[in-house]
Ligand binder design. Sequence first.
Ligand code: DGL
Length: 268
Amino acid sequence: MSLTLGIFDSGFGGLTVLRAMLPLFPGTRCLYLGDTARLPYGSKSRETIARYAVSATQFLENQGADYLVIACNTASALALDEIRAAANVPVLGVIETGAAAAAEVSVTKSAIVLATSATIASHAYVAACAELGVHAQEKACPLLVPLVEEGWAEHSVADQVVRIYLDEALAAAKAASTQPDTLLLGCTHYPLLRPMFERHVPQGMRIVDSADVTAARAAEILATKIPDSIAPATCEFFVTDSVARFAHLGHRFLGRPVNQVTHVDLGD
Ligand code: DGL
């Protein structure tokens, strides 16, 4: 039995999802596509994101992916229907899984969701959480992706920015008389800032990371298809911009060296 997974992201951030998946998928071939020439997705329109995401996921399917994981929150929030309509294989997005995890851990049934501007503007998390009986207080955090990509995930500036965003979200929740007990990290880059979030959330607030829960959900869905193997998963990477930059920056997100990177052209 063999399994080939296609993991798609706008660039580097989806490597946090792949990183969480690798230990759960022994003997599996993982194809990762980072659309680095066209990132960031987080500031683009629905039409553009859908067009990019559909061409990218079709590429992964053509490479032999049996199952697609849309690691990018922005693409999952704005283009999941279009990706599913164009795909001939099952597709898992990060929004539903993140919302389900928040619903599971939240006692007050109230959560704060932090994400890119495009994800927040789509209200995809609000809708997914509402279906599960959870109220979501949204907050766009557009400075966090560039800070992480700059390598400042541990910098005092990032620490201050995280604190300000969080304070603003908590103040808005207070003004709305809600009592969020869960913080949902709705962007691929935020797991790298997790220690900062942990430092600044009010005591007792739970943090849900959509990367971890998506990896766990994919493993649950594919349990009968994961090869019974002791060999580790293998990874092949495809990028639409510089191979060298992806290998360099990607190391930080994946937590290990990024080899076997191929440049591909997906058009405009
Ligand atoms: N991957 C995107 C997300 O999770 C963040 C980076 C981008 O804006 O392209 O929303």
